[in-house]
Design a protein around this ligand. Structure first.
Ligand code: BG6
Length: 497
Protein backbone atom coordinates (compact mmCIF):
# COMPACT_ATOMS: atom_id res chain seq x y z
CA UNK A 1 0.00 0.00 0.00
CA UNK A 2 2.83 2.39 0.67
CA UNK A 3 5.22 1.51 -2.09
CA UNK A 4 3.78 1.68 -5.58
CA UNK A 5 4.58 -1.66 -7.12
CA UNK A 6 4.90 -0.67 -10.72
CA UNK A 7 6.59 2.32 -12.38
CA UNK A 8 4.96 3.61 -15.56
CA UNK A 9 7.30 3.71 -18.52
CA UNK A 10 5.24 4.01 -21.68
CA UNK A 11 3.02 7.06 -22.22
CA UNK A 12 -0.14 7.02 -20.17
CA UNK A 13 -3.46 8.27 -21.51
CA UNK A 14 -5.71 9.41 -18.68
CA UNK A 15 -9.17 9.68 -20.18
CA UNK A 16 -11.65 11.55 -18.02
CA UNK A 17 -15.27 10.87 -18.89
CA UNK A 18 -17.39 13.73 -17.62
CA UNK A 19 -14.47 16.12 -18.01
CA UNK A 20 -16.71 19.18 -18.01
CA UNK A 21 -18.22 18.30 -14.63
CA UNK A 22 -17.71 19.44 -11.11
CA UNK A 23 -15.50 16.58 -9.91
CA UNK A 24 -12.96 17.11 -12.68
CA UNK A 25 -12.91 20.84 -12.11
CA UNK A 26 -12.80 20.82 -8.30
CA UNK A 27 -10.85 17.68 -7.48
CA UNK A 28 -9.19 15.76 -10.30
CA UNK A 29 -7.34 18.48 -12.18
CA UNK A 30 -6.26 20.33 -9.00
CA UNK A 31 -4.94 16.98 -7.70
CA UNK A 32 -2.97 16.42 -10.92
CA UNK A 33 -1.58 19.92 -10.56
CA UNK A 34 -0.42 19.13 -7.00
CA UNK A 35 1.25 15.96 -8.23
CA UNK A 36 2.96 17.97 -10.97
CA UNK A 37 4.14 20.52 -8.39
CA UNK A 38 5.56 17.77 -6.24
CA UNK A 39 7.33 16.28 -9.28
CA UNK A 40 5.31 13.07 -8.91
CA UNK A 41 3.34 13.16 -12.13
CA UNK A 42 4.67 10.81 -14.78
CA UNK A 43 6.32 12.96 -17.47
CA UNK A 44 4.66 10.98 -20.24
CA UNK A 45 1.08 11.46 -19.05
CA UNK A 46 -1.57 12.81 -21.43
CA UNK A 47 -4.97 13.90 -20.22
CA UNK A 48 -7.91 13.53 -22.54
CA UNK A 49 -11.22 15.06 -21.52
CA UNK A 50 -14.27 13.24 -22.91
CA UNK A 51 -17.70 14.79 -22.54
CA UNK A 52 -20.81 15.93 -24.37
CA UNK A 53 -20.18 19.65 -24.40
CA UNK A 54 -19.01 21.13 -27.60
CA UNK A 55 -15.58 22.23 -26.34
CA UNK A 56 -12.23 22.08 -28.13
CA UNK A 57 -8.74 21.57 -26.68
CA UNK A 58 -8.27 25.27 -25.97
CA UNK A 59 -11.60 25.67 -24.19
CA UNK A 60 -10.89 22.54 -22.12
CA UNK A 61 -7.47 23.90 -21.13
CA UNK A 62 -8.95 27.29 -20.22
CA UNK A 63 -11.61 25.71 -18.04
CA UNK A 64 -9.10 23.46 -16.31
CA UNK A 65 -6.83 26.44 -15.67
CA UNK A 66 -9.76 28.14 -13.94
CA UNK A 67 -10.38 24.96 -11.93
CA UNK A 68 -6.82 24.87 -10.64
CA UNK A 69 -6.76 28.60 -9.91
CA UNK A 70 -9.95 28.32 -7.91
CA UNK A 71 -9.46 25.02 -6.11
CA UNK A 72 -5.74 24.39 -5.71
CA UNK A 73 -4.96 23.77 -2.05
CA UNK A 74 -1.72 25.69 -2.47
CA UNK A 75 -1.56 29.31 -3.58
CA UNK A 76 -0.18 31.21 -5.41
CA UNK A 77 -0.29 29.10 -8.54
CA UNK A 78 3.03 28.19 -10.09
CA UNK A 79 2.39 29.35 -13.65
CA UNK A 80 5.01 27.29 -15.44
CA UNK A 81 3.96 23.99 -13.85
CA UNK A 82 0.33 24.70 -14.64
CA UNK A 83 1.10 25.65 -18.25
CA UNK A 84 3.07 22.46 -18.75
CA UNK A 85 0.19 20.44 -17.32
CA UNK A 86 -2.38 22.18 -19.54
CA UNK A 87 -0.29 21.52 -22.65
CA UNK A 88 -0.79 17.83 -22.07
CA UNK A 89 -4.58 18.14 -22.27
CA UNK A 90 -6.81 17.46 -25.23
CA UNK A 91 -10.54 17.07 -25.56
CA UNK A 92 -12.97 14.73 -27.33
CA UNK A 93 -16.52 15.97 -27.66
CA UNK A 94 -19.04 13.14 -27.93
CA UNK A 95 -22.13 11.66 -26.37
CA UNK A 96 -21.31 8.81 -24.03
CA UNK A 97 -23.22 6.34 -26.19
CA UNK A 98 -21.73 7.53 -29.47
CA UNK A 99 -19.34 4.83 -30.65
CA UNK A 100 -17.75 7.22 -33.09
CA UNK A 101 -16.48 9.32 -30.16
CA UNK A 102 -14.66 6.26 -28.80
CA UNK A 103 -13.11 5.66 -32.23
CA UNK A 104 -11.79 9.23 -32.22
CA UNK A 105 -10.52 8.63 -28.72
CA UNK A 106 -8.77 5.46 -29.87
CA UNK A 107 -7.13 7.38 -32.66
CA UNK A 108 -5.88 10.05 -30.24
CA UNK A 109 -4.48 7.44 -27.90
CA UNK A 110 -2.70 5.81 -30.83
CA UNK A 111 -1.23 9.08 -32.04
CA UNK A 112 0.05 9.80 -28.55
CA UNK A 113 1.53 6.32 -28.31
CA UNK A 114 -0.45 5.93 -25.07
CA UNK A 115 -0.44 2.16 -24.65
CA UNK A 116 -1.18 2.55 -20.96
CA UNK A 117 -4.74 3.69 -20.46
CA UNK A 118 -6.61 4.89 -17.44
CA UNK A 119 -10.31 5.48 -18.00
CA UNK A 120 -11.78 7.65 -15.25
CA UNK A 121 -15.58 7.65 -14.95
CA UNK A 122 -16.30 11.04 -13.40
CA UNK A 123 -19.85 11.16 -14.72
CA UNK A 124 -23.25 10.79 -13.08
CA UNK A 125 -23.71 7.08 -12.25
CA UNK A 126 -26.42 6.68 -14.89
CA UNK A 127 -23.70 6.86 -17.56
CA UNK A 128 -21.38 4.16 -16.14
CA UNK A 129 -22.89 1.17 -17.95
CA UNK A 130 -23.02 2.89 -21.33
CA UNK A 131 -19.43 4.09 -21.12
CA UNK A 132 -18.09 0.71 -20.04
CA UNK A 133 -20.04 -1.03 -22.80
CA UNK A 134 -18.81 1.37 -25.47
CA UNK A 135 -15.21 1.04 -24.29
CA UNK A 136 -15.66 -2.69 -24.81
CA UNK A 137 -17.25 -2.30 -28.24
CA UNK A 138 -14.50 0.06 -29.37
CA UNK A 139 -11.97 -2.58 -28.27
CA UNK A 140 -10.32 -0.19 -25.89
CA UNK A 141 -10.45 -2.35 -22.76
CA UNK A 142 -7.27 -4.30 -23.41
CA UNK A 143 -4.12 -3.01 -25.02
CA UNK A 144 -1.53 -5.72 -25.59
CA UNK A 145 1.40 -3.27 -25.38
CA UNK A 146 0.46 -1.83 -22.00
CA UNK A 147 -2.05 -1.80 -19.18
CA UNK A 148 -5.65 -0.58 -19.19
CA UNK A 149 -7.53 0.34 -16.02
CA UNK A 150 -10.88 1.86 -15.20
CA UNK A 151 -11.65 4.08 -12.22
CA UNK A 152 -15.27 4.20 -11.11
CA UNK A 153 -16.63 6.80 -8.73
CA UNK A 154 -19.33 6.29 -6.15
CA UNK A 155 -22.23 5.59 -6.03
CA UNK A 156 -21.55 2.09 -7.28
CA UNK A 157 -25.17 0.95 -7.45
CA UNK A 158 -27.97 2.01 -5.12
CA UNK A 159 -28.66 -1.38 -3.53
CA UNK A 160 -27.30 -4.92 -3.73
CA UNK A 161 -29.14 -5.83 -6.89
CA UNK A 162 -28.09 -2.75 -8.88
CA UNK A 163 -24.49 -3.02 -7.63
CA UNK A 164 -24.41 -6.65 -8.81
CA UNK A 165 -25.88 -5.67 -12.16
CA UNK A 166 -23.28 -2.93 -12.62
CA UNK A 167 -20.54 -5.32 -11.58
CA UNK A 168 -21.68 -7.84 -14.18
CA UNK A 169 -21.56 -5.15 -16.87
CA UNK A 170 -18.13 -4.00 -15.75
CA UNK A 171 -16.80 -7.56 -15.67
CA UNK A 172 -18.14 -8.22 -19.15
CA UNK A 173 -15.55 -5.73 -20.38
CA UNK A 174 -12.79 -5.53 -17.74
CA UNK A 175 -11.10 -8.08 -15.52
CA UNK A 176 -11.41 -7.35 -11.82
CA UNK A 177 -7.71 -6.47 -11.51
CA UNK A 178 -8.33 -3.61 -13.98
CA UNK A 179 -11.14 -2.07 -11.91
CA UNK A 180 -10.44 0.69 -9.37
CA UNK A 181 -13.58 1.62 -7.39
CA UNK A 182 -13.00 4.89 -5.60
CA UNK A 183 -13.86 5.62 -2.00
CA UNK A 184 -12.13 8.92 -1.39
CA UNK A 185 -12.01 8.28 2.39
CA UNK A 186 -9.35 5.65 1.73
CA UNK A 187 -7.18 8.32 0.11
CA UNK A 188 -7.16 10.41 3.29
CA UNK A 189 -3.83 10.29 5.10
CA UNK A 190 -5.46 9.87 8.47
CA UNK A 191 -7.54 6.93 7.27
CA UNK A 192 -4.41 5.21 5.98
CA UNK A 193 -2.82 5.93 9.31
CA UNK A 194 -5.39 3.74 11.09
CA UNK A 195 -3.49 0.69 9.85
CA UNK A 196 -0.06 2.16 10.55
CA UNK A 197 -1.15 3.13 14.03
CA UNK A 198 -2.52 -0.33 14.72
CA UNK A 199 0.05 -2.52 13.01
CA UNK A 200 3.30 -0.57 13.19
CA UNK A 201 3.10 -0.09 16.96
CA UNK A 202 3.33 -2.74 19.64
CA UNK A 203 1.46 -0.83 22.34
CA UNK A 204 -2.13 -0.68 21.22
CA UNK A 205 -2.90 -3.86 19.33
CA UNK A 206 -2.81 -6.12 22.43
CA UNK A 207 -5.62 -3.96 23.86
CA UNK A 208 -7.60 -3.82 20.62
CA UNK A 209 -10.26 -6.42 21.46
CA UNK A 210 -13.31 -7.35 23.52
CA UNK A 211 -11.29 -7.89 26.68
CA UNK A 212 -10.34 -4.22 27.03
CA UNK A 213 -12.68 -2.27 24.77
CA UNK A 214 -16.13 -1.29 25.95
CA UNK A 215 -17.39 0.18 22.69
CA UNK A 216 -16.27 1.90 19.54
CA UNK A 217 -17.90 5.17 18.49
CA UNK A 218 -17.53 6.45 14.96
CA UNK A 219 -18.73 9.95 14.17
CA UNK A 220 -18.84 11.51 10.74
CA UNK A 221 -20.42 14.91 11.32
CA UNK A 222 -20.76 17.59 8.67
CA UNK A 223 -21.84 21.19 9.07
CA UNK A 224 -22.78 21.52 5.40
CA UNK A 225 -26.29 20.75 4.17
CA UNK A 226 -27.21 19.06 0.90
CA UNK A 227 -26.48 22.24 -1.05
CA UNK A 228 -27.35 21.89 -4.71
CA UNK A 229 -27.34 18.08 -4.63
CA UNK A 230 -30.78 17.46 -3.15
CA UNK A 231 -31.95 15.86 -6.39
CA UNK A 232 -29.43 13.08 -5.85
CA UNK A 233 -29.62 13.11 -2.06
CA UNK A 234 -33.37 12.52 -1.90
CA UNK A 235 -32.81 9.03 -3.25
CA UNK A 236 -29.71 8.43 -1.17
CA UNK A 237 -29.83 9.72 2.42
CA UNK A 238 -26.97 9.17 4.82
CA UNK A 239 -27.24 5.42 4.46
CA UNK A 240 -26.25 5.38 0.78
CA UNK A 241 -24.28 8.61 0.70
CA UNK A 242 -21.98 7.96 3.68
CA UNK A 243 -22.71 4.68 5.46
CA UNK A 244 -22.51 2.03 2.73
CA UNK A 245 -19.13 3.33 1.58
CA UNK A 246 -17.09 5.71 3.77
CA UNK A 247 -18.37 4.60 7.16
CA UNK A 248 -18.21 0.88 6.48
CA UNK A 249 -14.64 1.42 5.30
CA UNK A 250 -13.82 3.08 8.62
CA UNK A 251 -15.46 0.20 10.49
CA UNK A 252 -13.48 -2.34 8.44
CA UNK A 253 -10.12 -0.65 9.01
CA UNK A 254 -10.82 -0.30 12.72
CA UNK A 255 -11.98 -3.87 13.21
CA UNK A 256 -9.88 -5.91 10.76
CA UNK A 257 -7.17 -8.42 11.66
CA UNK A 258 -3.57 -7.78 10.65
CA UNK A 259 -3.19 -8.68 6.98
CA UNK A 260 -0.48 -11.19 6.03
CA UNK A 261 1.19 -8.50 3.89
CA UNK A 262 0.67 -4.92 2.84
CA UNK A 263 -0.68 -5.51 -0.58
CA UNK A 264 -4.03 -4.94 -2.21
CA UNK A 265 -5.38 -8.44 -1.88
CA UNK A 266 -4.17 -9.16 1.63
CA UNK A 267 -5.55 -5.89 3.02
CA UNK A 268 -8.85 -6.24 1.21
CA UNK A 269 -9.24 -9.87 2.29
CA UNK A 270 -9.17 -8.77 5.91
CA UNK A 271 -11.54 -5.84 5.40
CA UNK A 272 -13.97 -8.17 3.66
CA UNK A 273 -13.98 -10.54 6.63
CA UNK A 274 -15.18 -7.69 8.86
CA UNK A 275 -18.07 -6.91 6.52
CA UNK A 276 -19.00 -10.57 6.50
CA UNK A 277 -18.87 -10.70 10.29
CA UNK A 278 -21.32 -7.83 10.72
CA UNK A 279 -24.43 -9.13 12.41
CA UNK A 280 -27.18 -8.64 9.82
CA UNK A 281 -29.75 -5.99 10.62
CA UNK A 282 -33.02 -7.36 9.29
CA UNK A 283 -36.63 -6.57 10.07
CA UNK A 284 -37.15 -5.63 13.73
CA UNK A 285 -33.40 -5.74 14.41
CA UNK A 286 -32.85 -3.07 11.78
CA UNK A 287 -35.57 -0.87 13.23
CA UNK A 288 -34.22 -1.24 16.77
CA UNK A 289 -30.60 -0.65 15.89
CA UNK A 290 -30.94 2.33 13.59
CA UNK A 291 -32.12 5.88 14.18
CA UNK A 292 -32.96 8.45 11.49
CA UNK A 293 -33.67 12.16 11.60
CA UNK A 294 -33.86 15.18 9.34
CA UNK A 295 -32.52 18.69 9.83
CA UNK A 296 -34.82 21.66 10.32
CA UNK A 297 -33.85 25.30 9.89
CA UNK A 298 -31.29 26.64 12.33
CA UNK A 299 -27.97 28.43 12.56
CA UNK A 300 -24.61 27.04 11.52
CA UNK A 301 -21.48 29.10 12.19
CA UNK A 302 -23.66 32.05 13.08
CA UNK A 303 -25.59 31.97 9.81
CA UNK A 304 -29.25 31.13 9.40
CA UNK A 305 -29.75 28.02 7.22
CA UNK A 306 -32.76 26.29 5.69
CA UNK A 307 -34.28 23.07 6.83
CA UNK A 308 -33.94 19.99 4.60
CA UNK A 309 -37.55 20.18 3.45
CA UNK A 310 -37.02 23.76 2.30
CA UNK A 311 -34.05 22.85 0.09
CA UNK A 312 -34.72 22.95 -3.67
CA UNK A 313 -35.85 19.59 -5.11
CA UNK A 314 -36.83 18.07 -1.76
CA UNK A 315 -40.33 16.60 -1.64
CA UNK A 316 -42.56 18.12 1.08
CA UNK A 317 -43.28 14.63 2.43
CA UNK A 318 -39.64 13.49 2.18
CA UNK A 319 -38.48 10.91 4.71
CA UNK A 320 -34.88 10.91 3.50
CA UNK A 321 -32.62 10.86 6.54
CA UNK A 322 -29.94 13.52 6.89
CA UNK A 323 -28.80 12.00 10.17
CA UNK A 324 -28.31 8.32 10.85
CA UNK A 325 -27.15 6.42 13.90
CA UNK A 326 -26.64 2.68 14.16
CA UNK A 327 -25.47 0.05 16.54
CA UNK A 328 -23.37 -2.54 14.75
CA UNK A 329 -22.00 -5.80 16.10
CA UNK A 330 -18.98 -7.52 14.60
CA UNK A 331 -19.58 -11.18 15.34
CA UNK A 332 -16.10 -12.61 15.56
CA UNK A 333 -13.74 -13.63 18.35
CA UNK A 334 -12.06 -10.25 18.62
CA UNK A 335 -15.21 -8.14 18.84
CA UNK A 336 -17.96 -10.34 20.19
CA UNK A 337 -20.13 -8.22 22.52
CA UNK A 338 -18.46 -4.88 21.68
CA UNK A 339 -20.97 -2.50 20.11
CA UNK A 340 -19.88 -0.16 17.33
CA UNK A 341 -21.99 2.98 17.60
CA UNK A 342 -22.01 5.03 14.45
CA UNK A 343 -23.52 8.47 13.82
CA UNK A 344 -23.36 10.66 10.78
CA UNK A 345 -25.29 13.69 9.73
CA UNK A 346 -25.43 16.91 7.82
CA UNK A 347 -25.98 20.38 9.27
CA UNK A 348 -24.51 19.44 12.62
CA UNK A 349 -22.63 21.86 14.83
CA UNK A 350 -19.24 21.39 13.24
CA UNK A 351 -17.34 19.15 10.86
CA UNK A 352 -15.61 16.30 12.61
CA UNK A 353 -14.80 12.73 11.70
CA UNK A 354 -13.44 10.57 14.47
CA UNK A 355 -13.07 7.00 15.61
CA UNK A 356 -13.17 6.68 19.38
CA UNK A 357 -12.06 3.49 21.05
CA UNK A 358 -13.61 3.55 24.49
CA UNK A 359 -11.94 1.30 27.04
CA UNK A 360 -13.53 -0.55 29.92
CA UNK A 361 -13.45 0.87 33.40
CA UNK A 362 -11.09 -0.55 36.00
CA UNK A 363 -12.58 -3.60 37.74
CA UNK A 364 -12.72 -1.94 41.15
CA UNK A 365 -12.85 1.70 42.00
CA UNK A 366 -10.38 2.80 44.65
CA UNK A 367 -11.03 6.50 44.33
CA UNK A 368 -14.79 6.82 44.09
CA UNK A 369 -16.64 6.70 40.78
CA UNK A 370 -17.82 10.26 41.12
CA UNK A 371 -14.40 11.36 39.97
CA UNK A 372 -13.70 9.14 36.98
CA UNK A 373 -17.28 8.32 36.06
CA UNK A 374 -18.66 7.12 32.79
CA UNK A 375 -18.53 10.68 31.51
CA UNK A 376 -14.79 10.44 30.87
CA UNK A 377 -13.73 6.86 30.33
CA UNK A 378 -10.28 6.04 28.93
CA UNK A 379 -10.55 6.69 25.24
CA UNK A 380 -8.28 6.66 22.28
CA UNK A 381 -9.60 9.01 19.63
CA UNK A 382 -8.37 9.02 16.06
CA UNK A 383 -9.49 12.29 14.54
CA UNK A 384 -9.67 11.85 10.79
CA UNK A 385 -10.60 15.50 10.12
CA UNK A 386 -10.41 18.43 10.38
CA UNK A 387 -7.88 18.64 13.25
CA UNK A 388 -6.06 15.50 12.23
CA UNK A 389 -4.51 13.74 15.18
CA UNK A 390 -4.75 11.10 17.87
CA UNK A 391 -5.63 11.67 21.51
CA UNK A 392 -5.48 9.34 24.47
CA UNK A 393 -7.55 10.43 27.44
CA UNK A 394 -7.18 9.08 30.96
CA UNK A 395 -7.69 10.13 34.54
CA UNK A 396 -4.96 11.95 36.50
CA UNK A 397 -4.78 13.02 40.09
CA UNK A 398 -5.49 16.67 40.59
CA UNK A 399 -2.79 18.24 42.74
CA UNK A 400 -3.98 18.67 46.32
CA UNK A 401 -4.64 16.82 49.53
CA UNK A 402 -7.72 14.90 48.32
CA UNK A 403 -7.87 12.19 45.70
CA UNK A 404 -9.68 14.19 43.07
CA UNK A 405 -9.32 12.71 39.59
CA UNK A 406 -9.59 14.71 36.38
CA UNK A 407 -9.65 13.59 32.76
CA UNK A 408 -6.46 14.65 30.91
CA UNK A 409 -5.13 14.06 27.40
CA UNK A 410 -2.02 12.99 25.52
CA UNK A 411 -2.12 14.46 22.06
CA UNK A 412 -0.56 13.86 18.69
CA UNK A 413 -1.30 16.43 16.01
CA UNK A 414 -0.41 15.95 12.34
CA UNK A 415 0.09 19.64 11.81
CA UNK A 416 2.51 19.93 14.74
CA UNK A 417 4.47 16.78 13.94
CA UNK A 418 4.58 16.97 10.17
CA UNK A 419 3.69 20.59 9.43
CA UNK A 420 1.21 21.84 6.86
CA UNK A 421 -1.88 20.19 5.52
CA UNK A 422 -1.94 16.56 4.45
CA UNK A 423 -2.33 16.04 0.69
CA UNK A 424 -5.83 15.68 -0.75
CA UNK A 425 -7.21 12.16 -1.08
CA UNK A 426 -7.39 12.37 -4.87
CA UNK A 427 -3.67 13.06 -5.19
CA UNK A 428 -2.80 9.76 -3.60
CA UNK A 429 -5.55 7.83 -5.35
CA UNK A 430 -4.71 9.09 -8.85
CA UNK A 431 -1.08 8.23 -8.34
CA UNK A 432 -1.91 4.78 -7.00
CA UNK A 433 -4.05 3.81 -9.95
CA UNK A 434 -1.37 4.98 -12.37
CA UNK A 435 1.08 2.84 -10.41
CA UNK A 436 -1.21 -0.17 -10.35
CA UNK A 437 -1.69 -0.26 -6.60
CA UNK A 438 -5.31 -1.12 -5.79
CA UNK A 439 -4.94 -1.32 -2.01
CA UNK A 440 -6.89 1.89 -1.44
CA UNK A 441 -9.69 0.94 -3.82
CA UNK A 442 -12.72 -1.21 -3.13
CA UNK A 443 -12.77 -4.73 -4.53
CA UNK A 444 -15.90 -6.24 -6.04
CA UNK A 445 -16.61 -8.70 -3.21
CA UNK A 446 -16.08 -5.95 -0.66
CA UNK A 447 -18.54 -3.54 -2.27
CA UNK A 448 -21.13 -6.29 -2.66
CA UNK A 449 -20.75 -7.31 0.99
CA UNK A 450 -21.22 -3.67 2.03
CA UNK A 451 -24.35 -3.46 -0.12
CA UNK A 452 -25.68 -6.79 1.15
CA UNK A 453 -25.55 -5.48 4.72
CA UNK A 454 -26.94 -2.05 3.82
CA UNK A 455 -29.72 -3.33 1.60
CA UNK A 456 -31.26 -5.37 4.43
CA UNK A 457 -31.58 -2.20 6.48
CA UNK A 458 -33.17 -0.40 3.54
CA UNK A 459 -35.62 -3.26 3.09
CA UNK A 460 -36.57 -3.17 6.76
CA UNK A 461 -37.24 0.57 6.55
CA UNK A 462 -39.32 0.09 3.42
CA UNK A 463 -41.34 -2.67 5.03
CA UNK A 464 -42.23 -0.40 7.98
CA UNK A 465 -42.77 2.97 6.34
CA UNK A 466 -42.96 6.07 8.50
CA UNK A 467 -44.82 9.27 7.71
CA UNK A 468 -42.10 11.58 8.94
CA UNK A 469 -38.77 11.51 10.74
CA UNK A 470 -37.76 13.22 13.96
CA UNK A 471 -36.25 16.62 13.19
CA UNK A 472 -33.23 18.38 14.65
CA UNK A 473 -32.28 21.98 14.53
CA UNK A 474 -29.43 22.71 12.13
CA UNK A 475 -26.28 23.68 14.01
CA UNK A 476 -26.69 21.33 16.98
CA UNK A 477 -25.72 17.74 17.68
CA UNK A 478 -28.99 16.11 16.67
CA UNK A 479 -32.33 15.59 18.39
CA UNK A 480 -32.95 14.40 21.92
CA UNK A 481 -34.03 11.02 20.49
CA UNK A 482 -30.45 10.48 19.29
CA UNK A 483 -29.28 10.63 22.89
CA UNK A 484 -32.12 8.34 23.95
CA UNK A 485 -31.25 5.86 21.19
CA UNK A 486 -27.85 5.14 22.70
CA UNK A 487 -28.99 5.63 26.31
CA UNK A 488 -31.50 2.85 25.77
CA UNK A 489 -28.52 0.64 24.98
CA UNK A 490 -26.78 1.60 28.22
CA UNK A 491 -24.29 3.99 26.67
CA UNK A 492 -23.79 7.63 25.81
CA UNK A 493 -22.35 9.53 22.88
CA UNK A 494 -19.02 11.21 23.26
CA UNK A 495 -19.28 14.91 23.80
CA UNK A 496 -18.02 16.67 20.70
CA UNK A 497 -18.02 20.14 22.21
C1 BG6 B 1 -19.23 12.42 -0.30
C2 BG6 B 1 -20.70 12.60 -0.05
O1 BG6 B 1 -18.95 11.11 -0.72
O2 BG6 B 1 -18.52 12.68 0.90
C3 BG6 B 1 -20.99 14.01 0.47
O3 BG6 B 1 -21.42 12.38 -1.25
C4 BG6 B 1 -20.15 14.30 1.68
O4 BG6 B 1 -22.36 14.16 0.78
C5 BG6 B 1 -18.68 14.00 1.39
O5 BG6 B 1 -20.32 15.66 2.02
C6 BG6 B 1 -17.85 14.13 2.64
O6 BG6 B 1 -16.50 14.04 2.29
P1 BG6 B 1 -15.39 14.76 3.16
O7 BG6 B 1 -14.10 14.38 2.50
O8 BG6 B 1 -15.68 16.23 3.12
O9 BG6 B 1 -15.54 14.21 4.55
Amino acid sequence: MFTPNEKPTRPIGLVIFGATGDLTHRKLIPALYQLALAGKLPENLHIIGFARRDWDDQKFQDEMRAGVEQHSRTQPIEGETLNRLLKRMTYVSANFDDLDGYRRLDQQLDELGADNRLFYLATPPGAYSTIVQRIGEAELAHCPQGWTRVVIEKPYGHNLESAKALDTEVHAVFDEHQVYRIDHYLGKETVQNILVFRFANGIFEPLWNRRYIDCVQITVAESVGVGTRAGYYEGAGVIRDMFQNHILQLVSLTAMEAPVAFNADAVRDEKLKVLRALRPLRGEDALENTFRAQYAAGRVDGEGVKGYKQEAEVAPESITETLLALRLQVDNWRWSGVPFFVRSGKRLKRRVTEIAIQFKQVPLSLFGWRNLAGAAPNALVLTIQPEEGITLSFGAKQPGPVNQISPVKMDFSYAESFGGEPPEAYERLLLDCMNGDATLFTRSDEILAAWAFTTEILQAWEASPVKSLPVYQAGGWGPEELREFIAGMGNQWRDLG
